[in-house]
Design a binder for this molecule. Structure first.
Ligand SMILES: [Zn+2]
Ligand SMILES: [Zn+2]
Length: 126
């Protein structure tokens, strides 16, 4: 079990069980919504992720997915696919122990920023 939350503390969540995927997402939507060159995430079933305090605001970031974030401080916590709502990806740097669920791959690497040089050996997909 792991817990995490937003920067201001209004929104708290709990994750149970194993993640079945984790990585860095280099897509343009993650770059814009996070303000960072890539977003680290872990993928779990929707029933493994529970908000235990506060209600997230929702941004419909594309036809197929939404971002959930704190309405007070803006921290982005979660991606939820609308066509596959059984599956969510939460942003691992928001965990109380951000060393849990380390990234295992790079996704959307085709849009990675040219000045953000990745020197690990993790698999990369566009
Ligand atoms: Zn907050
Ligand atoms: Zn992304």
């Amino acid at each position: 079990m792991a817990e995490g939350g937003c920067e201001c503390g209004a929104l708290r969540y709990r994750v149970t069980g194993e993640a079945y995927g984790s990585g860095y997402c280099h897509c343009r939507i993650c770059q814009r919504t996070s303000g960072a060159p890539a977003q680290a995430f872990a993928r779990v079933r929707a029933d493994q992720f529970t908000y235990i305090q506060g209600e997230p605001a929702i941004y419909l970031s594309s036809e197929w997915g939404q971002r959930e974030f704190c309405p007070h401080c803006g921290s982005q916590l979660l991606y939820r696919g609308r066509e596959a709502p059984h599956d969510v990806a939460f942003n691992t740097p928001t965990l109380d122990d951000p060393g849990l669920y380390p990234p295992r791959q790079h996704v959307w690497y085709g849009s990675h920023l040219s000045w953000f040089e990745v020197k690990d050996d993790l698999p990369r997909t566009d």
